[in-house]
Design a protein around this ligand. Structure first.
Ligand code: ADP
Ligand code: MG
Length: 612
């Protein structure tokens, strides 16, 4: 038998490799646009014919290439962007594999024209299926123009599998949109079959969003701006009412590179909890800036998926940043203190940071709340007082323009506060057994009793959870519960969490559990009920991340413990409830986002009375 192994020719190797990088016209579009950006272009044109099947051309005014570089750029592993393996981990430019042009040239007819500013003349090169057909000097403007004609002309199977023109062009527009979105300072134009489809002037993220996605978005954008030691988050999210039933306007960029991440998407959706319907997608264009050594963008051939050194940390920060943005614009409460305290144990949070980043980020909201001393994820008590005052102030000073919280004048706080605690004791009305109405300086305030209790319980449980030492009261007669095998497993998993909030529950074999102790405030006789409730909660959220499980547990417990509102019929308990509510870090909303109190301002009452 003869030997059978042969080396593939460069040509075939390139064609095979090309399949990884260039799957369809839009992949070539992406690579060419990224190269133009890396070349420092400020003006980029994308010219498409027949959804890219006939022509994909990118014209830029970037740095251009020398004659030799113009020839070299089509070689596999030819790149000016990395020199050694360490560069891979610190790279900030878009390309870094030196594969794109080689791949494109392997499967198309390519014409490149390029000229550097310092050169008298430029270079023109024609390559067809890796073969250089022509190289000559040429005249032309500074910058580079690359035309990719008849993509997959020599790979009929691939060409055959391209989708309809409308589908392929849609992919191209998607790529164009992502690249243009991430580079609003660069002017872009897109032509399809000689018709101009996009004409984007140099601008900022906001103008770019509106230019790309439509004017209707302008009024729905809520800015996000957070700097922390670990990552910076900026961009825009949509108001809850702008959420849609279909996906489409969701953009994540990590270090200015578009990525897809169901995990991070979940973090954003999580921040909207209670504000949008379960099945709908919030609008967002978010830029996450991290130290490049902390993400690996290289795991996916087309670089759309990334691996983070610590994705749980990213999740927590992103979610908190979105919540904060919603809160700042009075759209939703800021619930960041419900962050999983485990986050602070994560190795990446413990990593030392430079003094420079520390001082730079010390002003930031996230740093001040859950990144206390750069690590602690809990709001300090002293801070909570300030925060409820802020919220109270919003309630009093709400203006139609929805000013950010931070911009509102804090001057009225003191006397307002005094008045609230001293004079108002007699001014509380119990309405329908479920609401407390009281007068405050600026009008009337109505408080939902059960929700207020829920909030108070939630925060009490949370702080016990954070301290890790909740007082337990021994049950006089231990209660045993027999569960189904499935429920047994759920409860078993939750035992450590339950112990942390004061439950002493022992597994007794055969899915039987004995409740020996409960949190000290739990009324007797509630043991079985609360266990069932907890299991019910866990069941409905079985596939949620563990980070959320704590929250589910605490929220569920708080709900259960707030069932009994009879005590509130006594006057002294009413004032106590209001005081306790406003000592909470977040008195405005329950843990699951329901409004606890509302204000009717004096002007509104006047208006109603005078009928203007
Ligand atoms: P990579 O971008 O990963 O380096 P490419 O195959 O996309 O690999 O490009 C190879 C090289 O060709 C780049 O590193 C760059 O030096 C050069 N190049 C490609 N496109 C342009 C352009 N539009 N302007 C200037 N130089 C370019
Ligand atoms: Mg490239």
């Amino acid at each position: 038998m003869p030997d059978v192994i042969q080396l593939l020719s460069d040509h075939i190797a390139n064609q095979i490799a090309a399949g990884e990088v260039i799957q369809r016209p839009s992949s070539a579009v992406k690579e060419l646009l990224e190269n133009a950006i890396d070349a420092g272009a400020t003006d980029i044109q994308l010219i498409i014919k027949d959804a890219g099947k006939e022509l994909i051309q990118v014209v830029d005014n970037g740095c251009g290439m020398s004659t030799t570089d113009a020839r070299m750029c089509f070689e596999r592993h030819a790149t000016s962007k990395i020199k050694n393996i360490n560069d891979l981990f610190s790279i900030r430019t878009m390309g870094f594999r030196g594969e794109a042009l080689a791949s494109i040239a392997a499967v198309a007819q390519v014409e490149l024209k390029s000229k550097r500013e310092e050169d008298e003349v430029g270079t023109k090169i024609v390559v067809e299926g890796t073969e250089v057909k022509l190289q000559e000097a040429c005249a032309g403007p500074n910058g580079t123009s690359i035309s990719v004609k008849n993509l997959f002309f020599n790979v009929p199977a691939r060409r055959h599998f391209l989708k309809s023109n409308s589908t392929e062009f849609r992919h191209i527009v998607d790529e164009f949109t992502r690249v243009a979105m991430a580079n609003p300072q660069i002017a872009f134009r897109l032509f399809h079959n000689d018709k101009e489809q996009f004409h984007l002037g140099s601008g900022n993220t906001k103008t770019r969003i509106v230019d790309l996605l439509g004017k209707t978005h302008a009024k729905n954008l809520v800015p996000v701006e957070e700097e922390t030691e670990f990552l910076n988050i900026s961009g825009f999210i949509g108001k809850p009412e702008a959420a849609t039933r279909t996906r489409g306007n969701q953009f994540f960029f990590i270090n200015n590179r578009y990525i897809k991440s169901p995990y991070l998407h979940h973090a954003v959706v999580n921040a909207y909890e209670g504000l949008i319907e379960k099945e709908s997608f919030p609008f967002y264009v978010l830029f996450l800036e991290v130290d490049p050594s902390r993400v690996d963008v290289n795991v996916h051939p087309t670089k759309q998926e990334v691996k983070f050194e610590d994705d749980r940390m990213m999740y927590a920060y992103l979610s908190a940043a979105v919540k904060h943005a919603l809160a700042r614009y009075n759209i939703a409460p800021s619930l960041d203190f419900s962050l999983n305290p485990e986050i602070q144990q994560l190795p990446s949070v413990q990593l030392p940071t430079t003094e420079e980043t520390k001082t730079k980020t010390a002003q930031g909201y996230l740093s001040n709340t859950f990144a206390n001393k750069g690590q602690a994820h809990r709001i300090e008590k002293s801070d909570s007082l300030k925060r409820w005052k802020d919220l109270y102030e919003i309630a009093n000073a709400q203006t139609p323009e929805q000013k950010p919280v931070e911009e509102q004048a804090p001057s009225l706080h003191e006397d307002h506060n005094k008045q609230h605690s001293n004079d108002n004791a007699q001014n509380i009305l119990l309405v329908q057994g479920r609401m407390l109405v009281t007068t405050v300086k600026s009008g009337l305030m109505a408080i939902h009793i059960r929700r207020a209790q829920e909030r108070i319980w939630y925060e009490r449980l949370l702080s016990q959870w954070n301290d890790g030492e909740a007082p337990t009261q021994k049950v006089l007669f231990p209660v045993s519960c027999e569960l189904s095998p499935q429920d047994g497993i759920l409860l078993n998993d939750a035992l450590p969490d339950l112990a942390r909030i004061g439950f002493d529950i022992a597994p007794f074999g055969n899915n039987t559990f004995v409740v020996q102790g409960t949190p000290s405030d739990l009324p007797h006789g509630e043991e079985q009920n609360i266990i069932e409730e907890v299991i019910e909660q866990l069941k409905h959220n079985a596939d949620d991340a563990t980070a959320k499980r704590t929250d589910i547990l605490l929220t569920g417990m708080a709900k259960r413990l707030s069932r009994n509102t009879t005590a509130i019929h006594q006057k002294e308990n009413q004032q106590g409830l209001i005081d306790e509510l406003f000592a909470c870090t977040q008195p405005e909303y329950t843990a699951d986002g329901k409004r606890i109190f509302t204000m009717i301002r004096k002007e509104e009452l006047d208006k109603k009375l005078d009928g203007v």
